[in-house]
Design a protein around this ligand. Structure first.
Ligand SMILES: [Zn+2]
Length: 106
């Protein structure tokens, strides 16, 4: 998943974006599982919330266990945390997928 700040800003507007950034800065996000096109995270707010994001084509589909009806601050915080992870690891992961290590033996 290629996440940029610009892309994350498209998912949520002003106030939600700011609150999500704050959650991210307060290190409230724990990535639970992460793959090339999807990830799950746990965000501790008033309660722990579970966030899932999946990328299909150009679109991001996100869900959160909180009652908010559209992209919430938990999703924004999770996207920011995942962005750091993808920035660091996505190329390795992609490499591992497209050139599995066992192929070297053939
Ligand atoms: Zn939420």
């Amino acid at each position: 998943m290629r996440l940029t700040l610009e892309r994350i800003r498209k998912e949520a507007g002003g106030d939600i974006l700011r609150r999500g950034e704050k959650y991210y800065q307060q290190k409230r996000v724990k990535l639970v599982s992460i793959d090339l096109d999807r990830f799950d995270a746990e965000v501790s707010g008033a309660m722990p919330y579970r966030v899932s994001v999946q990328e299909i084509g150009e679109n991001l589909y996100s869900s959160c266990t909180c009652p908010y009806w559209t992209t919430c601050k938990h999703v924004v915080a999770a996207l920011l945390e995942a962005k750091d992870w993808y920035d660091e690891n996505a190329s390795d992961l992609h490499q591992a997928r497209t050139h599995p290590p066992w192929k070297r033996f053939f």
